[in-house]
Ligand binder design. Sequence first.
Ligand SMILES: Cc1cc2nc3c(=O)[nH]c(=O)nc-3n(C[C@H](O)[C@H](O)[C@H](O)COP(=O)(O)OP(=O)(O)OC[C@H]3O[C@@H](n4cnc5c(N)ncnc54)[C@H](O)[C@@H]3O)c2cc1C
Length: 452
Amino acid sequence: MNVTEPTHVVAIFGGASAGSVAAELLAERGAQVVVFEQNPRPYGKIEDGLPRWHDKQRTMEYGKIDARLDRPGVHYVPLTKLGRDLDFDEVLGWGFSAVLLANGAWKDRELEAEGTEEALGKGLVYQNPFVYWFNHKLEQAYDGERFEVLPGSLCVGGGLASIDVIKIFQLELYQQALAARGIEVDTNTLEHEGIPAVCAAHGIEDPESLGVENCTLLYRRRVEDMPLASLPDSASEKQREKLPMVRRKILEKAQKKFLFQLVPQVVTQAVLMEDGHVTGLRVLRTELAGGRVNPVPGSEFVIPGRLVVSSIGSVPEPIPGIEMKGAYYRYKDWDTGEYAAAPGVFGLGNVVTGQGNIKASLDHGRFVAAHVAEAYLGLTEGERDLSEAGAKAAERGRAAGEAIAEFVGKEAKLEPEVASELLKRVEERQRAVGYDGDYKGWIARVTPADLG
Ligand SMILES: Cc1cc2nc3c(=O)[nH]c(=O)nc-3n(C[C@H](O)[C@H](O)[C@H](O)COP(=O)(O)OP(=O)(O)OC[C@H]3O[C@@H](n4cnc5c(N)ncnc54)[C@H](O)[C@@H]3O)c2cc1C
């Protein structure tokens, strides 16, 4: 593409919720925006992290992301991963007006316990690959890792994402148990209606009679502490008093609908194995003192389970050349996402807030209204409305985009020859991955036929 006027050219890595919002905003302000995405499709957590039973929301969000990326001034570059296909320092040398890191949080926090390294892949699994498998396993072309949910599987966690995991366990097991009785029920129906209601509709008054060994969620604090709902800073004293009860109610409703068990106040001490396969977890009871979780010495006991999914949070993947501070990239300012080690580089979305679920999408991950959590977990009657969560996240994405646009606006625009040269490099990369600039045509081509 040939540019005739001075312009800003901005690179964005990650084309999902956060990246696409920023791309649209910057393009509206006249910048040329290059969106590099590691996958063929740009839908990020919405496709690979939000369990597939949120079918209507997913389709709607895909449409929004498509509309933001398929517009003049936005150049989509699929199948291009920062740190694998492009080197971070090299990209900085290309001369972009700004570089935005919108690559999300895809690295599971490590489960700190004895034996985790050995157990990984032999019954111990992390949440991100597990949910990815669940979301894609029915596609004919799926050739990734496969997992089997076993009776009495365990999930270590406590947040909304861990409830997703334990729901997947239960839905898989009850779907199989019903199928064994000749009753075919699809996952979405089972999730929407709930296990007892589906059983009852098929004349099974007591789901226990199916003989399913229910799965267990392990949490290190009390039920009342579960981050299923939290308070805005402006909450009244009364709301604060009610919060523990609100959390307990959410959990009880979820247990009633999906029949899983919970063991609160335990931490994992060791992952146990026999004959090369996980057999359970050795845990310690905990005491809570002043907000701290203290394992109680000598209180250990074993919880058996042949599949353990650890769902204790997601952080950004390290990228060669990007400096880290702990689990995150090194930011000068966490509010604007300004990266400390090079000017003109910003993080936005989950890459700054961490986590990978709806919690992070609300008000910097601090405030999750109870009704939003219930809608997310499928505990409300009728249609579940997640638009509030999406709107807040998009609003935050736009605010971050505004701050970046302001930064870029203060910088000198690139001369037309310089901008044209940069965009020529981008076109070369697009050609190398087989993308011809027709966004809609590309998405149609890379969408598995069985996804429609
Ligand atoms: C119904 C609903 C609606 C929502 N709507 C919005 C919304 O409009 N706006 C919003 O901001 N949030 C929205 N959210 C929240 C959203 O799901 C997430 O919580 C959050 O916004 C994640 O978006 P992200 O783009 O930061 O990360 P992700 O969704 O994880 O996207 C990161 C992207 O970067 C790519 N990537 C990763 N590593 C690399 C690399 N090295 N190189 C290149 N690409 C890479 C990934 O493939 C992925 O596409 C919504 C949530 C729900 C439930």
